[in-house]
Design a protein around this ligand. Structure first.
Ligand code: HEC
Ligand code: CU
Length: 347
């Protein structure tokens, strides 16, 4: 090789290596660890049927891709221009080849369709007998969960027992939302004035994040939820806690004072606390303190965050109807503190 040739070859390889850098960086990002909402982390029968489909199809796509690339390489090398070679003979049409490359993709597509349609039917199937019924109601911008058989209503945090099929009825109080726990499968839309269905059986214990997956207004991105998959015993404990009447604070305590603030204020027009109020525009607060997060699972439930929420909810969550400006509410810091104490007593 002459010097300019070596130079050119060197630059060639250097460019190739450089092009690999972003690829390697990209692949290094492929860890599930920091992405709890990854949909490649199946934890239910539903999610596994999609994962299996994806794995199968990816395998065949890679095989076909490799085959085509090898074929191209072979043709490029085998039929490259050589010094002194005659002009190649022009060829037009080859019936056998054309039939072959029409039929082959058709067969491949048919083979792809079989497992795909099977997975679609599987994820649309009726829930197994003995499934636990859960009614999901989407609201701008929070999730309500009702367990009709158990007489329990909660918000933001969905508790289910592991290994038990769950049958969801999906409804909305306002616009279209979409129910999505990536680790469990989904998504499925909540459509005004109709009930959609979906079911899955979670196969591991843990807490999994979820998110509304259909643009539903100003705080769509703040419409989150948590799924707590528990042992049957832990789930039973949670249910009996939810069925119990709300805690009754000592009337002379700060929480007792907060209860009066609640019962005599605007709160009762929108919120239910069993035995205290029956509003339905906001989350049921009967066992508010049993939840780790609030306002569409957006904030951790602690006095600091609750203080900010009760002082100016409209500044914490854009568009929220719990809006002190439009409702003309002002709460003094003492009122806020009493309400926090009361809310935190509602275990
Ligand atoms: C106009 C109706 C309305 C009024 C009045 C109202 N709220 Fe709300 N509240 C809501 C709505 C709606 C949400 C859910 C907001 C969201 O997450 O998007 C909410 C959320 C909350 C939450 C978080 C609940 C959860 O689990 O996510 C608390 C706590 C709360 N309100 C307390 C109060 C208190 C205390 C008052 C009275 C001082 C009050 N609210 C007055 C409508 C109202
Ligand atoms: Cu949404």
């Amino acid at each position: 090789m002459t010097a300019p040739e070596v130079n050119r070859a060197f630059r060639h390889w250097a460019a190739l290596l450089l092009a690999l850098v972003p690829l390697v960086a990209l692949a290094a990002g492929c860890t599930l660890h920091d992405y709890p909402q990854s949909s490649l982390n199946p934890q239910s029968d539903y999610a596994w049927s999609i994962q299996h489909l994806l794995e199968q199809l990816t395998f065949w796509v890679v095989v076909i891709f490799a085959f085509v690339q090898l074929l191209i390489l072979y043709v490029v090398i085998r039929f490259r221009a050589r010094p002194g070679a005659p002009m190649p003979k022009p060829v037009h049409g080859n019936t056998a080849l054309e039939i072959a490359w029409t039929i082959a993709p058709a067969i491949i597509l048919a083979l792809v369709a079989v497992p795909t349609v099977m997975a679609i039917f599987k994820t649309q199937s009726k829930p197994a007998a003995g499934a636990l019924q859960v009614k999901v109601i989407g609201h701008q911008w929070w999730w309500e969960f009702q367990y009709p058989e158990l007489g329990v209503t909660t918000a933001g945090e969905l508790h289910i027992p592991v290994h038990r099929p769950i049958a969801f009825d999906l409804e909305t109080a306002d616009v279209i939302h979409s129910f999505w726990f990536p680790a469990m499968g989904g998504k499925r839309d909540l459509i005004p004035s109709r009930t959609n269905h979906m079911g899955f059986t979670a196969d591991s214990i843990g807490t999994f994040p979820g998110q509304c997956a259909e643009l539903c207004g100003l705080s769509h991105a703040n419409m989150r939820m948590k799924l707590m998959v528990e042992t049957p015993a832990d789930f039973e404990t949670w249910v009996s806690g939810q069925k119990a009447p709300p805690a009754e604070p000592d009337s002379t305590s700060l929480a007792g004072h907060g209860k009066l603030e609640f019962a005599n204020g605007v709160c009762i027009t929108c919120h239910t606390i069993d035995g205290v109020s029956a509003g339905i525009l906001g989350p049921n607060l009967t066992h508010f303190a049993s939840r780790r997060t609030f306002a569409g699972s957006l904030f951790e439930s602690n006095p600091h965050n609750l203080g900010r929420w009760l002082t100016a909810p409209q500044d914490q969550k854009p568009g929220v109807i719990m809006n002190w400006k439009t409702l003309g509410v002002t709460l003094a810091p003492e009122q806020v503190n009493a309400l926090i104490a009361y809310l935190q007593s509602l275990k």
